[in-house]
Design a protein around this ligand. Sequence first.
Ligand code: NAD
Length: 503
Amino acid sequence: MTAARQTIHVGGEWRAALSGATREILDPADATPFAVVAEGGVQDTDDAVAAARAAFDDGSWPRTTAAERAALLRRVADLLERDRELIGALESQDAGKTLEEGRVDVDCVRDAFLYFADLVANEDAGGRIVDAGSEDIRSVVVHEPVGVCALITPWNYPLLQASWKIAPALAAGNTFVIKPSEITPLSTVVLVELLLEAGLPLGAANIVTGPGDTVGARLAEHPDVDLVSFTGGLVSGTKVARAAADSVKKVALELGGKNPNVVFADACATPEDFDTAVDQALNAAFIHSGQVCSAGSRLIVEESLRERFVTELARRAAHIRLGRGTEDGVECGPLVSAAQLARTEEYVASALAEGAVLRAGGERPDGPGYFYRPTVLDRCDRDMRVVREEVFGPVLTVETFRTEAEAVALANDTEYGLAGAVWTSDEERASRVAALLRHGTVWINDFHPYLPQAEWGGFGKSGIGRELGPSGLAEYRETKHIYRNLAPRPVRWFAGETRKDQA
Ligand code: NAD
């Protein structure tokens, strides 16, 4: 294990926590520590916010042109390309992903930087001209950076979630303080190093590694923070919104999901189509051991197809190869922590107690690490906790329907609304169901892909606001209307005194 690293970056200086506290970072594949980071606290956070504030109020970054900002983001993309293997391996070890997933994450992070670079570079810098109905009025709407942004991120996609915030925040000309998950902070520290290497002015990017209830909570309430963008669970997200309320800062929340994967029998008419639908249902539920906000954790399958579909799904789930993400042939890594493993075990136990039928998994394999076997729970219903609450583990529940209306009702029967899919060969049905699903992303005959150009976010308790796409940039901006009168004249609303003088 390496010595404690200085993982707090404030105003251009890497440093340890003021208290001297540190935290061991565990490899979830064997539960042993492999790095030590600084465990920041409230004073470290205040220092970081002060640095970001000074860099915003008096520094050069908010005053750069869009072309300059785009150029920096593209340099970061090049550096990510250069360090792809290194960062991919780090992400794999820290978050328990396969090495290939780690590499793909780095590619997606690079794409986010390139997307927001192109978006600002191609904008009309003059703003939107408004027709005020008079030749004497020049009216224009412009967008400006919002100010100091607090960015709080989760452990499942540490670098990717950070990039969906950092890239648009910088593209818009903001300065920021980021607080990565205390469980998986390492790749975000590396990303801040790359921003500095790319030439970002000191103070524009600050990072405080540390816990949510101190560093995160302080960022959310801090009066000098103008915006807090949070990705994480519902419980922490509501705390962030409450803490942010007193200072009326802008709040963006990307929270959890309980995402339906609706399969109609007509999607499985041929053996090839059946294989595709089963394969994608496995991918939807079990990629990254189900620790995905958009995991397709609720299979909602037409009753006539259920037995055949679930039998094949369970057979294939039982063959998923678990192991350390860097080992050849491994398809699924461990859960991220002992707490996440315990949570998964508890949900499976509660489901079985409530009458679910175990078709695959339901146990940990022998050996070290936080592994749990991909689990298929048949005969579930909408009242079970495992169907209603986010497990965030490799657990797939199965419900059935007989009519299209029933399928839609089940799919929408969640307090969340992040993502969902419908599988059907009937194009009209696909459009009808897609229109009725109350989810921020709807896939038709697919599951999981996203595009940096298309907004990501949720209905209901899945959050407030959107990341990616033009709206993902708009989150980091204030809008200003500038109204210029070329021929000012008195208004004469308060004309009494004038009339008296004239009399
Ligand atoms: P979490 O809520 O426990 O933690 C998220 C972050 O918030 C961490 O950095 C944590 O330290 C911090 N935090 C915790 N308490 C805080 C507080 N009181 N004030 C401020 N910050 C605080 O979530 P997690 O377990 O790290 O991540 C899993 C959750 O994230 C899941 O619910 C998942 O669905 C969600 N998620 C959502 C998306 C999305 O795009 N909607 C993406 C990834 C993950």
